[in-house]
Design a protein around this ligand. Structure first.
Ligand code: HEM
Length: 218
């Protein structure tokens, strides 16, 4: 990305210090805390779902597609891709998010288990981290090394030497590498949208869900 294309630093809210010490609210207790910039431009209207959907990476994506997707948004690197994918150490997915893996495409024991789970109840949600779904830890990466990634976009990180090495590194080093890198990469995320040309909005003064011009309307 050319320097001229880089977004300006996140604007700061008059209601907050430019940078404060903030804990990761995802799962607070275990993760190293990291600084977050506060005050960012929020759009005045909700995005249409088609636009939101169009901006999300696909769970069926290959490493090349995922890397390109992250690179097109503020220079997020392969390292950021692998570190941020570690958020899948918590949370669940609908079967439709990974059912592309069933059938002739893949027939390993783990995929069969996923398919059986979905066939008994298509509405059932699948833990993305099959070992410790409620803990923010590096089990997600250890699962990937063991061939137990749920989404294709998770599993495929082991198929490319660029990302495989990073997965193995995070699997081997939770505290010093994964937790630190997760914080570093998360700090880049709020800057992503300001890279979109022509985007406009406002820095919210009365709360995230209230427009400055109509603070009493949710
Ligand atoms: C690498 C590209 C990514 C892809 C393709 C992807 C895809 C998905 C999909 C398909 C789901 C399941 C949604 C559902 O079925 O309702 C999901 C869940 C989730 N993702 Fe990602 N994701 C990616 C990156 C990220 C990042 C960067 C984060 C945060 C830093 C993240 C955090 C989560 C969380 C927390 C859940 C669980 C949501 C819940 O339980 O309700 N993902 N992701």
């Amino acid at each position: 990305m050319a320097p001229a294309d880089l977004p300006s630093p996140a604007p700061t809210s008059p209601f907050s210090l430019p940078v404060i010490r903030s804990s990761c609210i995802l799962i607070c207790s275990l993760v190293e805390s990291y600084d977050l910039l506060l005050g960012r431009l929020d759009s005045l209207l909700p995005n249409r779902w088609q636009e939101v959907y169009g901006q999300l990476p696909r769970p069926t994506g290959s490493v090349d597609q995922l890397v390109a997707h992250f690179a097109s948004r503020l220079d997020l690197t392969e390292l950021d891709l692998v570190a941020l994918s570690g958020a899948h150490t918590i949370g669940k997915a609908q079967c439709s998010a990974f059912s592309d893996r069933f059938g002739p495409r893949e027939d390993g024991e783990f995929v069969q288990r996923l398919a059986a789970n979905c066939s008994s109840d298509g509405e059932r949600l699948q833990d993305l981290d099959i070992e410790t779904p409620r803990a923010f830890d590096n089990a997600y990466y250890r699962n990937l090394v063991a061939g137990k990634g749920v989404l294709n976009s998770d599993k495929t990180l082991m198929n490319d030497p660029r990302t495989k090495e990073l997965v193995e590194g995070f699997a081997a080093d939770q505290w010093w590498w994964f937790f630190n890198q997760f914080g570093t990469s998360m700090k880049k995320v709020p800057l992503m949208y300001q890279a979109v040309p022509g985007r406009f909005g406002e820095i919210r003064r009365f709360g995230c869900f209230r427009r400055n011009s109509a603070p009493n309307q949710a």
